[in-house]
Ligand binder design. Sequence first.
Ligand SMILES: *Cc1c(COP(=O)(O)O)cnc(C)c1O
Length: 420
Amino acid sequence: MKSETPSQPSTATPPSDPVERLAALRHEFGEHGGVNMSIEASTTFTVMEAGTMPEIFQGRLGPDDGGCFLYGRHFNPTVYVLGRQLAAMEGAEAGYCTASGLGAISSALLGLLDQGDHVVASDTLYGGTWAMLAEFFPRKCGITTTFVDIQDADAVAAACTDRTRVIYAESLSNPTLRVANLPILAQIAHAHDAKLVVDNTFTPLAITPMDHGADVVVHSLTKFVNGASDFIAGAVCGTAPFVGSLMDLHVGPLMILGPTMDPQVAHSISLRIPHLPIRMIEHARRAKLFAERLQSAGVVVSYPGLSEHPDHELFHRIGRPEYGFGGLLTIDAGDRARAEALMDDLQNTEGFGFMAVSLGYFDTLMSCSASSTSSELSDEALRSTGIAPGLVRMSIGFTGSSEQRWGQLERSLRRTGLLS
Ligand SMILES: *Cc1c(COP(=O)(O)O)cnc(C)c1O
């Protein structure tokens, strides 16, 4: 990587739009001046003067203040660049990337929580996060969680104890697609001397949690941010001291537990950030089009871009409608058998999309949440959080033409009796 770069866009105050902040980042050129940065494939880095080794090792002389990179689990230059891109997108001071979304979530939480501490979390969370908080943390670390309906501010406040250090929510809940009221959650967290941690995997660009008081933002980059379903990856964004603390040689979860991102992965993902806005807009445009048509046809559909959605107003207020209302919609097929028949037909007869968990792929992905990505939840938890057994979650892709895809969806719905 060349240290001197030609044009250095600079702005006195950082732009408030995430895409403008990304464009204002220093461009990293490749070793030979390539328009793309080089991949730094070294796991260890040469110290030029022996005398500086102790300072560098103690973290007092980092790559940004005259020292150098040390070891790849600590900081790798290519991974560091992707972290800066994520931080710019989220309006955070710093960001760092991890080997998975769960690696980011567990690191962020273990960075904020000690044994005996308490979390108040949404009762509709990604299954892996739910298991981490409900089962793994209490058993392995003595950290407990109270799960509440995150839409109920009084319940959130009432669940806080003097050991509550974190309030945890997803910007848009999976698969119920409820929007977290971030300004209110931040207020409650800060009144209890706790941090608001938000998983923004479902709504990159469309919602910027830090604009509304979030202290830490975590991502599974595996989904929309990467966009091609070929890498598992994650990110943590927050203040520079917080992100730095995750790399502490003694108690930093990124350093000690080692969910390190590979620089080759960081390089590939960094090349997809520039077209993330175009992709998000098209995912959302198609999801809204299908949701509107499904609704007028009488299908039970949920999409936050519909004015009938309970959080449409809230999303409009805290989100950035120019990037849409997300790429996910759900259809309630009534029961599991009909949900399975619909997905079978859509995949195997029409070629509309794929029956697969995950989201944010360029083609449509469909899954029945209760028996897949939310199956970590107990039957009782599924019932109380409104995850119906026939709920089909669709991450709407953008291949083919909108009308071709709508035709496929309509025919499958007719064949499975969901449309007359
Ligand atoms: C997929 C997902 C995760 C976990 O991310 P991995 O990259 O699979 O570890 C966490 N939160 C949400 C909302 C997700 O969709």
